[in-house]
Design a binder for this molecule. Structure first.
Ligand SMILES: [Cu+2]
Length: 152
């Protein structure tokens, strides 16, 4: 009995630190079409920045945009959810971290379209287009959460 308790304790000591570090990661659920290359690159960008990502390959992201309250004109190639906020398109990981730190009263963040040079949309040898990260709310209000300038 004593020996068994000891083993159990040793096992817990070995497993717990792993479990604790996994639990610390913020989880983002992503809906994308299976053939979307830039969606995959965005997922990698999130993972590199410490997020845990659950990827769902779906035939169309349109129903998910509707489900999570993303206005059609803010649409992009993939839709995600993080702690109740919607994420549409190539939103930089740093803006997601800021969103979760500030927790504004909003539906989510969007980078409409697919701006060249946004995370996951990098094209080697090509300049970055200017783009806005838009904070949008259920009442239809929107504001620029962060502006990214063009870069050569
Ligand atoms: Cu894309």
């Amino acid at each position: 009995m004593k020996r068994r308790t000891f083993l159990h304790g040793a096992l817990a000591a070995a497993v717990l630190p792993l479990a604790a570090s996994a639990a610390k990661k913020t989880m983002i659920t992503v809906y994308k079409t299976p053939t979307c290359g830039c969606c995959h690159d965005w997922v990698e960008h999130l993972q590199k920045n410490g997020f845990q990502v659950i990827v769902n390959d779906v035939p169309s992201t349109t129903p998910y945009r509707a489900k999570f309250g993303v206005p059609t004109d803010l649409g992009s190639c993939h839709t995600g959810v993080v702690e109740g906020y919607a994420l549409e398109g190539h939103v930089p990981a740093s803006e997601i971290s800021r969103l979760l730190a500030e927790r504004p009263k909003a539906r989510g963040l969007a980078v409409p379209g697919m701006p060249v040079g946004s995370p996951g949309m990098e094209v080697e040898g090509t300049r970055r287009d200017a783009f806005d990260v838009v904070l949008f709310a259920d009442d239809g209000s929107r504001k620029v959460f962060q502006r990214y300038a063009a870069r050569s």
